[in-house]
Design a protein around this ligand. Structure first.
Ligand SMILES: NC(=O)c1ccc[n+]([C@@H]2O[C@H](COP(=O)([O-])OP(=O)(O)OC[C@H]3O[C@@H](n4cnc5c(N)ncnc54)[C@H](O)[C@@H]3O)[C@@H](O)[C@H]2O)c1
Length: 450
């Protein structure tokens, strides 16, 4: 079977590579000519573990191709997946212009039956808009070619995307015909042989499932961050509290790690979009509004700690940063807490020396020459007044603390991801600040303030 994946970003490339890996003939399409030229030459635009090798393996077998011609891809493929971006509009709702542009082109170019599947995260009701857009184009051509639309939201995690696609917790598919259900069942069969379930449902429920899933995960993060902040005030230790609640199987251990707020290309925009959908339907989504508000303030909590430690005088101070991507194993910096923290440090007159294992090039698009970039994590520390850890990359977990102390002007660590042990840091004579734990450094600050 031949399929087209339209939009060759994080989702499109992983989807295309994984379908071709199981023997399906795939063409990945994008409007970005430079991206497609690079892909044809084996240059992958994103960092995603295992992706480069998988793409090259399947290109060599001629099962995976890249093109800028959507018209050709539509003609040649039976199933067309739409995986273009759905960035937030000015009012927070998802901007559907790319999705609907692809739908219209499908209507313009199809010559026989097509199944058009929306994989992009889109608000409830979008598949109806996709269907109408295709129908309108067909009517312009006086054509009554049969087609189906379906919704197949994607749940992969950046950094573990290949593993998630090959061995999904579940595949959610919204359809309105037996024909499309059969086609998608056939396509996904290789990924479900080990018992990973396909959950078929109506299209509106499938669209809603994606938003509800991301909103639930965002809620867990904001909840634990809110509790962490209270722990710090009352003298409780969030790490103990987290273990205490996570051992309850109804709550679970995952997604209850405190930190500096959620970022990335999905949670912030999807929470915003669901709130907007509710508003449009005269429903007040109170929980999610609070989730968003907590996240907004959490993103500046580490800056506040740094600022308080230096008694509000950051002018001329040098801050070393470890970690720029919104989470480990990706170079994605969309909505990353590092953006907010670094911009605040720069506005306060501080100098920033930054290290990240893979996101330095991406960071240069955001900060240009406003900060200094290092390809060695220890070099970034030289003559800095403190270290702030913003992403929990594995290589930061057991660093050489003696060397860190030698390189920094003063032994101060702001741990935005709680990856170090408070007692160990205090035994090593560091001023140690983290999230949701009342450290000695914090006690010193309180004394200073008094
Ligand atoms: N990134 C994730 O982790 C993730 C996970 C699940 C779902 N999603 C959703 O999947 C969708 C895509 O996300 P992404 O992160 O892959 O986006 P992305 O920005 O990385 O990629 C989108 C691609 O679509 C291309 N494009 C835009 N308009 C086009 C058109 N008319 N024809 C062809 N190509 C076009 C862009 O050039 C870009 O390369 C979004 O709706 C997102 O919310 C993303």
């Amino acid at each position: 079977m031949k399929i087209a994946i339209v939009g060759s970003g994080y989702v499109g490339l992983v989807t295309g590579a994984c379908f071709s890996e199981v023997g399906i003939d795939v063409v990945c399409v994008d409007v970005d000519k430079k991206k497609i030229d690079n892909l044809k030459n084996g240059i992958i635009p994103i960092y995603e573990p295992g992706l480069e090798e998988m793409i090259s393996r399947n290109m060599n077998k001629n099962r995976l191709n890249f093109s800028t011609s959507l018209a050709e891809a539509i003609t040649d493929s039976e199933v067309i997946f739409i995986s273009v971006g759905t960035p937030p509009d000015e009012d927070g709702s998802a901007d559907l212009k790319h999705v609907l542009a692809v739908a219209r082109e499908c209507g313009e170019h199809m010559e026989d039956y097509k199944l058009i599947v929306t994989k992009s995260t889109v608000p409830v009701g979008t598949s109806i808009k996709v269907k109408n857009a295709i129908q309108e184009e067909l009517e312009k051509r006086n054509s009554d070619i049969d087609f189906d639309v379906a919704s197949n939201p994607e749940f992969l995690k950046e950094g573990a995307a290949i593993e998630d696609f090959l061995k999904p917790d579940r595949i959610v598919i919204g359809t309105e015909s037996k024909r499309s259900e059969k086609l998608l069942n056939r396509l996904y069969k290789p990924f479900t042989l080990n018992g990973h379930p396909v959950i078929f449902m109506d299209i509106i429920s499938a669209e809603m499932t994606k938003y509800a899933a991301n909103s639930m995960l965002a809620t867990k993060i904001s909840f634990i961050n809110d509790i962490a902040n209270l722990c710090e005030i009352v003298g409780a230790d969030i790490n103990n509290v987290r273990k205490g609640i996570g051992s309850d199987s109804r709550i679970g251990k995952k997604f209850i790690y405190p930190g500096i707020g959620y970022g990335g290309s999905c949670f912030p925009k999807d929470v915003q979009a669901l709130i907007k959908t509710a508003d449009e339907n005269d429903y007040d989504l109170k929980v999610l509004k609070a989730v968003e508000a907590v996240n907004k303030s959490q993103k500046s909590i580490l800056f506040d700690k740094i600022n308080t430690h230096f008694e509000g005088n950051l002018k001329g101070k040098t801050i070393a940063i470890w970690g720029l991507s919104f989470k480990p194993q990706t170079d994605d910096m969309r909505e990353a807490p590092s953006l907010e923290i670094i911009n605040k440090l720069l506005s306060a007159g501080a100098k920033v020396k930054a290290y990240d294992p893979v996101a330095l090039d991406e960071a240069k698009h955001h900060f240009g020459d406003a900060i200094d970039y290092y390809t060695d994590q220890y070099e970034a520390l030289l003559e800095a007044d403190c270290l702030a850890v913003l992403t929990e990359w594995s290589e930061f977990r057991v660093p050489n603390f003696k060397m860190i102390k030698r390189l920094l002007n003063t032994p101060i660590i702001f741990d935005g991801r709680n990856i170090y042990d408070k007692d160990e840091m205090e035994a090593l004579d560091y001023y140690y600040h983290c999230i949701g734990i009342n450290t000695k450094a914090k006690t010193n600050e309180i004394r200073l303030a008094v």
